[in-house]
Ligand binder design. Structure first.
Ligand code: HEC
Length: 175
């Protein structure tokens, strides 16, 4: 599980459009925090699912509580585990499949909402362990009439010391 390859940091280029330079987080040379975040990403096994270079293995994980039939047409793509996020949209909605596909982390830094239901709005919030508590107030989608609720599941990276979590987020912002 833990045998992960470290990929060399891509050289980043600064693009200039007319006279204005666009310097987004993904276009800088990695600083030391981003570099150590890459090490945390490897050590924590993130690449087993978010596999470079696309930062996804393109597999389907099970919505919590879902057991696919043995003859499911997509069985070759199914990983028999759940990351434990809220299964509501995959199981209770009309178009629900029972699966959550491993999302690519390419460009994750500019996506505004995270998790399949957009419960959290920043990467810092996605990796904030406080979101597991029932009194948590999500910054993104809460549900109708709901003030506080946990944003459960995907507990990867939640138990890291703060400096490592910061480094991990800094690295993710370079993808
Ligand atoms: C077992 C597979 C697996 C592992 C290991 C894993 N993830 Fe994920 N990751 C997923 C799945 C599945 C989702 C989508 C969950 C959902 O939306 O309900 C996800 C979602 C995410 C998201 C939100 C992306 C978005 O667009 O909403 C981020 C960021 C992320 N993972 C980063 C990481 C990092 C960093 C690690 C390691 C500390 C990690 N993941 C480990 C499977 C995994």
């Amino acid at each position: 599980m833990r045998q992960l390859e470290l990929y060399p940091t891509r050289t980043r280029h600064l693009h200039a459009v007319s006279s204005m330079a666009i310097i987004g987080p993904s276009r800088r040379v990695a600083n030391s925090s981003e570099g150590s975040g890459k090490g945390v990403f490897a050590r924590e096994g993130c690449a087993n699912c978010h596999t470079p270079p696309l930062y996804t293995n393109n597999k389907l994980t099970l919505a919590y509580g879902f057991k696919p039939p043995g003859d499911h047409p997509n069985r070759a793509d199914i990983i028999e585990l759940s990351v434990g996020t809220d299964p509501g949209t995959a199981l209770r909605t009309r178009k629900g499949t029972g699966f959550y596909k491993v999302p690519s982390l390419k460009g994750v830094w500019y996506r505004g909402r995270y998790g399949h239901d957009g419960s959290v709005t920043t990467l810092e919030e996605w990796f904030n362990p406080a979101r597991l508590k029932s009194e948590y107030v999500p910054n993104g989608w809460k549900g109708y009439g709901v003030e506080r609720r946990a944003v459960p599941g995907h507990e990867f990276g939640l138990r890291l010391p703060q400096d490592e979590r910061d480094a991990l987020v800094a690295f993710l912002k370079t993808l």
